[in-house]
Design a protein around this ligand. Sequence first.
Ligand code: AMP
Length: 546
Amino acid sequence: MLGKMMHRPLLISHLIQHAARYHGDTPIISRETDGTTTHSDWATLHSNSKRLANALTKLGIEQGDRLATIAWNNRRHLEIWYGVSGSGMVCHTINPRLFPQQIIYVINDAQDQVLFFEKTFLPLVMGVKDHLTTVKHFVCMTPPDEEVRAQLPNVIFYDDIVDEQSDEFEWPELDENAPSSLCYTSGTTGNPKGVLYTNRTTVLHSFGISLPDSISLSATDVVLPVVPMFHANAWGLPYAAAMVGAAVVLPGPNLDGHSLANIIDEHKVTLAVGVPTIWQTLLAAAKETGTKLTSLRRNVIGGSACPSSMMRTFRDEFDCETMHAWGMTETSPLGSANQLKAKHSGLSDEEKLTVRLSQGRPPFGVELRIVDAAQDNKLLPNDGQTPGNVQIKGYWIVDTYFNCEESALESDGWFDTGDIATINEDGYLMIRDRAKDLIKSGGEWISSVELEDIAMSHPSVAMAAAIAADHPKWDERPVVIVQLVPGAELSEKTLIDHYEGKIIKWQIPNAVVFVESIPLNGTGKMLKKDLREQYGNHLIERGLID
Ligand code: AMP
């Protein structure tokens, strides 16, 4: 015998056991859907998740079964995550903002046995329940509630089934490749596709996001995952928080700027995580009330490109360091995060900001490459100039979508993300566009992300979406759809002049359309496809076709 190291499978139950044992009194604060706030901790969360595991076993749910949630970020939802995945079942988090048809589709596709839901989603559940083919138990995430029972007589109440169980439960020693959770992609075309994460990919991803050059999580942090638990598992934050023993503040349903500013100040949040639209409302609210969000040392922005003006505002007005991160549901989601290297230490603040505006470098565990997809995935240079399709491989990347026979990978094992980017010599990724959002003008392409960033650097612009509009001579030309800051005024000409000197002349948009509000999808991203359908003919209709 040459000797041997211990083999321990990488399991989600180990995360919660660790948090309960070594950080048992670290707070878990939760804004509930009824407006109250509950104060719990990792030890209580662990015992409640074991009680739930007992209750699920009693209901006859087995390892491998899928259980759905339609819920906000709150304590019961987190207990369900650990109770379900820890006992070898699969937690399927559903985006409540999907169309009812899509909700029916994903529940039936996943063959969910149980549906946990917030009381606020009762009308939604009532609307879809007769079309669900596999759900045996509807669990309302409240204490017993006669109003709910009156409408859904067989409903089970979460607090009932958890309270009546003991917290004596042995987490099973699963195979680390056992599936643990399931998220469907937002699916702008066709049906949503399920990504089935495993215990192993989740634990490795938790190490990956906690690293100092990722989001540098520790037991001194108070973490606020604003990103919903149904959006790529809240980017893995609630798992990583258990790994490092961070305190967690779960914001519940109210994600408006004032509620968030209030929760950050009240609970001394040190790190908050979410998409740019969330930060926009937070910044507006903070400016209104005058709070400086003093506890907030860092925030993570991902899901869409972080406007440079936003990063500057956090830095200059709130002394908060913004980390830009990139990823997708298929990548668990972390694909890259932006932290500086030692070689950047001598740079000026402005030069550092330029580096930090990119989506950053891959952490250990994933690799990125850019290729020319039109030329048989020909490898492109990492020169910071040449754009190509971003492809990824690694420890926590999808291989095959749920219920699909065919692999989602290219023939040589890489996953094509559908994003277009450059990568520079230091490995920093700069997303230029979604392949399908690119604007192709006379055979050359224009980055919609760059046009949006410039528009949003104008103080009157709250949100901007650059889209391709049809043009008889150039095929496509850029049009910017703009939502103004409330009360602000801005003319089309002033905004177009604002582009002068910031971008090559031929890339300047041909027109600006002002709208009340830019439509957003369920995860807070701009619905550019809808805008293209609505304004794709704008230049032809206005005769702007020179
Ligand atoms: P989802 O799976 O819904 O999270 O969407 C993933 C997509 O969001 C990616 O493929 C990107 O197009 C986009 N995305 C995510 N993070 C960023 C970022 N930091 N900058 C630009 N786009 C991003």
